[in-house]
Write a protein that binds this ligand. Structure first.
Ligand SMILES: Cc1cc2nc3c(=O)[nH]c(=O)nc-3n(C[C@H](O)[C@H](O)[C@H](O)COP(=O)(O)OP(=O)(O)OC[C@H]3O[C@@H](n4cnc5c(N)ncnc54)[C@H](O)[C@@H]3O)c2cc1C
Ligand SMILES: *[C@@H]1O[C@H](CO)[C@@H](O)[C@H](O)[C@H]1NC(C)=O
Ligand SMILES: *[C@@H]1O[C@H](CO)[C@@H](O)[C@H](O)[C@H]1NC(C)=O
Ligand SMILES: *[C@@H]1O[C@H](CO)[C@@H](O)[C@H](O)[C@H]1NC(C)=O
Length: 341
């Protein structure tokens, strides 16, 4: 196998970053991305892209922490480079506020974000309904810019990208040695991972350039995340709901909740509504599976199920998936050289 051929299915933040990691870890691989949607039409384009981890109940905390740390380190370096503006990566400071003191005063990621500390009394005066808060600085990935930057980096490595819906992964078997599954919610439809479910999220993207600090209610439901051009106001978490249409009542409710945290948002302009389905699971699936049909084998590396926190861990899971691809290639090369002997 001179140049192992790898097909990556999916072009959200997970598919694109996994494809990029494969080109870095395995430069001899020829990588092709297939996806039925590209930016700006993916779930990843709807997200705020804030690096505040979601906790996956069935993934060990040390593994989640490692994924977050790798992602933070990678994006921090981009934010400190000349690429920052084009890649849409920037630092943002702000507050996470609680109506009552949370069980865990120190989340597992508190030593990875910058300057994590309890809020002062003076800061808490801004939030009369909240009694406790944490201040820190984290990173935000603006989309579409970050996805377009990943696509550009991929094209520079010679990666081909095609718009195509893959209805059965065996379609790719005749041409590719390995298939990488980064289809997000699409993984459920494809053959049916029953553990995967949608969590509908509706957000508003508004023009309010005076808002510079993020504010997140500790319940995770209401948040204000300033990006380079727009401020994202959220949100909702509707488990099992597949509707991609904006709901007018919800729009009003989100706006009111955000104004009660940040009254100056009353003057926000140009309100756009977006809906996305978070591909949720009790644990993220980063795993190799060797499929077999009539004696023919096809190694598949899965990387999906990132739910509410895909941006926060994407680089870490992409690297892990790329190492699994590398291991599959060694196994294939081992078996083909044995076949020659
Ligand atoms: C409102 C909202 C706000 C969010 N905010 C944040 C946040 O602030 N921070 C954070 O970390 N996370 C956030 N998230 C979560 C984040 O958006 C997801 O975890 C992440 O986008 C998942 O990325 P993905 O690449 O797996 O999925 P997607 O972006 O959905 O990409 C899946 C890709 O697979 C393709 N595909 C699917 N099926 C097929 C098929 N059969 N054939 C070919 N292609 C296929 C799709 O076209 C798409 O390109 C938010 C999500 C929502 C909805
Ligand atoms: C996104 O969707 C719109 C509407 O369906 C379509 O016109 C556009 O070409 C799509 N963009 C990409 C990059 O696929
Ligand atoms: C992706 O994973 C799901 C869940 O295991 C599976 O049903 C589907 O066939 C996979 N798709 C691809 C393209 O590998
Ligand atoms: C899905 O969400 C929409 C918008 O919030 C709501 O109008 C609809 O009733 C929900 N559907 C189901 C089946 O819960």
């Amino acid at each position: 196998m001179a140049s192992p051929k790898v097909a990556v299915v999916g072009a959200g933040v997970i598919g694109l970053s996994t494809a990029l990691c494969i080109t870095e870890i395995c430069p001899s691989c020829s990588v092709t991305v297939f996806s039925d949607q590209f930016s700006p039409n993916t779930t990843s384009d709807v997200a705020a892209g804030m690096l505040i981890p979601h906790t996956y109940p069935d993934t060990p905390i040390h593994r989640q922490k490692q994924w977050f740390k790798e992602t933070f380190t990678y994006l921090f370096a981009i934010s400190n480079s000349a690429e920052a503006s084009e890649a849409g990566i920037h630092l943002v400071s702000g507050w996470q506020v609680f109506k009552s003191t949370p069980k865990e005063e120190l989340p597992f990621w508190s030593d990875i974000v910058l300057g994590f500390r309890p809020m002062s009394e003076a800061e808490l005066q801004k939030f009369p309904q909240h009694r406790f808060g944490q201040a820190f600085t984290t990173l935000k990935c603006d989309c579409p810019p970050y996805l377009l930057w990943l696509e550009k980096r991929l094209k520079a490595t010679g990666t081909q990208m095609y718009t195509r819906k893959v209805s059965d992964l065996w379609e790719l078997q005749s041409e590719y040695d390995i298939v990488v599954n980064c289809t997000g919610m699409g993984a459920q439809q494809l053959v049916g991972d029953k553990q995967l479910f949608p969590v509908r999220g509706q957000v508003l993207k508004v023009h309010a350039p005076w808002v510079k600090q993020f504010i997140r209610d500790g319940d995770g439901l209401t948040y204000i995340y300033p990006g380079i051009h727009k401020v994202t106001l959220g949100g909702t978490r509707e488990k099992g709901n597949w509707s991609l249409s904006p709901d007018a009542y919800t729009t009003r409710d989100i706006f009111d909740r955000c104004c009660s945290l940040e009254p100056s948002l009353q003057a926000a302009q140009d309100i756009k509504v977006k809906v996305g389905l978070r591909p949720s699971r009790q644990c993220v699936r980063v795993q190799t599976e060797v499929l077999s049909q009539g004696g023919v084998k096809l190694p598949v590396v899965h990387n999906y199920g990132h739910g509410a926190g895909g941006f926060s861990v994407h680089r870490g899971t992409a690297k892990e998936a790329a190492h699994l691809v590398e291991a599959c290639i060694s196994a294939l090369q081992g078996s083909s050289s044995r076949a020659k002997l």
